[in-house]
Design a protein. Structure first.
Lengths: 324, 154
């Protein structure tokens, strides 16, 4: 397939991809503005600091997506004969490990703040000639930090589904949940205003838990892809019905006695092997190449399938049962 | 999609802040310093550091001492002075055994993680006053006083 064209069966592929890239660029822009606002207002609030680091980490998925996109388009070459489809997964393993570690660190520092009864000190700040308690400004900054990611997340989610892109999907899901971080922060600072010194550290601990959870989830997603897990629908763990369906379609062919299919994810696409026990031996070469043609018309994600003729069925069944 | 309501939502916390700041007495002190000092006793630690805190026998002189006296007057409070080394004073401030420490401290002090500091009380200087950690109503009261006092210190 020409890498710059859309796959058969998904003519809008390139325009969806373009929209996703533009959304990720605007995510980078909005998040940068949020990070600046948060940085200048965080003062000595642990909750603000934790929320700020979470926002900083929110730059990682869009960056991974956009950088991987550069590689995605590259055709296979001598050094990487399977192509560059997994660039995003590689970027994600690295980012997710860092995310999980940082989450644990933030959790630790929030809990130690609680244990040592740290009372965060927040004084006045001058805004346009008026002296305002910095806590109010922090709450405003947190509120500002809640809106853009939620809107961007809502826009990214349908694109992630169409493109079947896990990076984009995880990013969108995290963005959509971002308002909870802001809410936790606002409640923390609000509690501080009421004289509850522990409210800030408690909010920080909750946000740190969210960072850790995000890191562990992302790590799981990318490691499972690298382990050649059977394809799964976005955000789910049960097998994708396409595997069972492909086997059924192959077994419907008159010359096929039985078939076995194993697929794995390659970024957004699916590839794998079809093992066929033929019922007759005439004209197998032509029939064999017709199988991959037929398969690729079933689902746009299927590509570069290997069709193998075998004398007898492989020992174990690796094709998951159809979702019935 | 129609997101015209967003600017209004963004304005909400400012309005909320102004209402709260005017309406109730927020932020509050976890340890109640401001309420205790008002019309009561203000425990001030001092350590000589010319010209900000000058040694004048039992009670200090200098710019910071004058600031504290004016602040106490504004709160109708009596000052209980205690002279000691900077280290001892700040350690006691951290334990809420003092309400204010003056010793010509600057905003770069390593104590800034342990105790509360005001903003520099002159536009050009670096000197700050130290308050107990997390006593935000007390700190806001003092900073507001420093911002709005009639006569600027030399």
């Amino acid at each position: 397939m020409n890498q710059n064209s859309s796959p058969r069966g998904f003519p809008d592929y390139q325009s969806c991809l373009g929209r996703a890239c533009r959304l990720e660029w605007s995510t980078l822009g909005w998040m940068t503005s949020i990070i600046l606002v948060m940085y200048f207002t965080m003062g000595s609030s642990q909750a603000m600091k934790t929320a700020w680091i979470e926002d900083l980490l929110a730059l990682v998925p869009p960056l991974a997506f956009l950088m991987a996109e550069r590689f995605h388009g590259r055709p296979p070459d001598r050094r990487f004969p399977w192509g560059y489809h997994r660039a995003a997964a590689v970027a994600f393993v690295a980012a997710a490990s860092a995310l999980a570690l940082l989450g644990f660190y933030l959790l630790f520092s929030a809990l130690s703040g609680l244990l040592s009864q740290e009372h965060p000190t927040i004084g006045l700040i001058t805004v346009w000639g008026h002296s305002v308690w910095l806590g109010w400004v922090m709450m405003a900054a947190l509120l500002y930090s809640a809106l853009p990611p939620v809107i961007l997340g809502r826009k990214k989610l349908p694109l992630a589904r169409q493109l079947h892109d896990k990076t984009l999907y995880t990013d969108a899901a995290m963005n959509q949940a971002d308002w909870m971080t802001a809410l936790a922060g606002i409640l923390g600072i609000g509690g501080l205003a009421l004289g509850w010194w522990w409210a800030d550290s408690l909010a920080a601990a909750l946000i740190a838990l969210d960072v850790t959870h995000g890191g562990v989830t992302k790590l799981g997603v990318s490691i499972r892809e690298m382990m050649d897990e059977t394809p799964t629908p976005l955000g789910k763990t049960e097998p994708d019905p396409i595997v069972a369906r492909l086997r059924e379609e192959v077994e419907k062919l008159a010359w096929v006695e039985s078939a076995e299919v194993r697929l794995r994810e390659l970024g957004r696409r699916l590839t794998g092997d079809i093992f066929i026990v033929p019922a007759e031996e005439n004209g197998l070469l032509e029939k064999q190449s017709a199988v991959s043609e037929m398969a690729e018309s079933l689902d746009w994600r299927l590509m570069d399938l290997t069709v193998m003729l075998v004398r007898e069925p492989r020992g174990e069944r690796t094709t998951p049962d159809s979702g019935g | 999609m129609n997101f015209r309501w967003i600017p209004h939502v963004r304005r909400a916390p400012w309005l909320l802040g102004i209402i709260l700041l005017g309406g109730c007495d927020l932020p509050r002190d976890p340890e109640g310093t401001l309420a205790r000092v008002r019309q009561g006793v203000m425990r001030v630690g001092w350590s000589a550091n010319s010209p900000w805190v000058e040694s004048g026998g039992e009670v200090p002189a200098g710019t910071e001492a004058d600031l504290v006296r004016a602040f106490a007057r504004s709160l109708d409070a009596r000052i209980e002075w205690r002279r000691d080394g900077e280290q001892e004073l700040l350690a006691d401030l951290e334990k809420y055994e003092l309400d204010l420490v003056i010793c010509g401290l600057t905003r770069e002090t390593p104590w800034k993680k342990k105790v509360g500091l005001t903003r520099p009380y002159t536009p050009t200087g670096k000197q700050v006053l130290a308050v107990p950690p997390g006593e935000n109503a007390w700190l806001v009261k003092l900073e507001y006083f420093l911002d709005h006092r009639e006569t600027a210190p030399q």
